[in-house]
Design a protein around this ligand. Structure first.
Ligand SMILES: NC(=O)c1ccc[n+]([C@@H]2O[C@H](COP(=O)([O-])OP(=O)(O)OC[C@H]3O[C@@H](n4cnc5c(N)ncnc54)[C@H](OP(=O)(O)O)[C@@H]3O)[C@@H](O)[C@H]2O)c1
Length: 245
């Protein structure tokens, strides 16, 4: 898949590197082309090194632990490029919006019309605890400005979780809720979730994206207050969902 990323910060780095590693073509974009290109070079190196390490470990395991040179062939296949907002929007079969809230409107206007009708991943959250405005969902703004098939995803976890390969906690792969309306867009983003080693979870239509944004705001408030936010929810068997009516 060709993935255009609007953004060259932490989320672009974490998710873009994982997807490059999985064999997708990635183009990131930022305000400064030289800085963005340098970031793309870094991501390419990270993805290639991770693949070489995987191949070496797999080859070693197959030989019963004997050491060998890194398998550079697969490592060389990965590539991340840097470009402008317009180039990222045009390049992507899927476009991810990963810019700070303050820059979203300007960046999407600068990216132009190329996102129209495409799957658009929205990872955004409001800036900091206490800033979230439930009357103005970011996903709605992004749909309005891109004209794309927006899927809200990846906003519930800190960027370092998306660097994990794979994100598994207590033996369970991380589940990633997706909110969106377009079946093809949901399917494409579901594939990208699976490529991280995570499990996609259908979270309903894009009208429910505001609930994902509210959940992130609430959980971030708990985490910053030092609480174990994961502990506030019971397991499925105790959720009441299976109670006889
Ligand atoms: N970090 C996390 O743990 C995390 C987790 C979940 C969701 N998110 C959400 O993901 C989105 C991106 O976060 P991030 O951590 O990747 O942020 P980041 O590392 O600060 O990078 C943000 C990107 O936005 C661009 N940007 C920042 N301010 C801008 C402005 N005023 N105008 C235009 N562009 C601007 C930056 O451009 P330059 O490259 O030119 O500097 C950069 O490419 C945010 O909505 C955030 O809430 C973050």
């Amino acid at each position: 898949m060709r993935i255009g990323i609007l953004g060259a910060g932490g989320m672009a780095d974490a998710l873009g590197t994982q997807w490059a590693r999985a064999g997708h073509e990635v183009l990131i974009s930022g305000r400064d082309l030289a800085r963005t290109t340098a970031q793309a070079v870094k991501m390419t190196a990270q993805a290639a090194a991770a693949n070489a390490w995987d191949d070496t470990a797999a080859a070693q395991a197959a030989r019963g632990g004997a050491r060998d040179e890194p398998a550079e062939a697969r490592a060389e296949q990965v590539g991340v490029r840097g470009g402008t907002w317009v180039e990222a929007a045009e390049f992507g079969e899927v476009v991810m919006v990963a810019v700070r809230q303050a820059g979203v409107a300007d960046v999407l206007r600068a990216a132009g019309a190329a996102t129209r009708g495409k799957p658009v991943i929205d990872v955004s959250n409001s800036e900091g605890p206490g800033v979230y405005d439930p009357t103005r969902p970011l996903a709605g703004l992004i749909r309005e400005l891109t004209g794309g098939h927006v899927v809200k995803a990846f906003n519930l976890c800190h960027v370092d979780v998306w660097r994990m390969t794979p994100p598994v906690f207590d033996g369970r792969p991380l589940a990633v809720p997706l909110c969106g309306d377009d079946p093809a867009a949901l399917s494409a983003v579901g594939t990208l979730v699976t490529d991280l080693g995570c499990t996609p979870v259908h979270g309903g239509g894009l009208d429910r994206a505001m609930l994902l944004e509210a959940t992130a705001a609430f959980m971030i408030g708990l985490w910053f207050g030092g609480a174990d936010a994961q502990a506030v929810l019971p397991p499925l068997a105790r959720s009441g969902a299976h109670d006889p009516m």
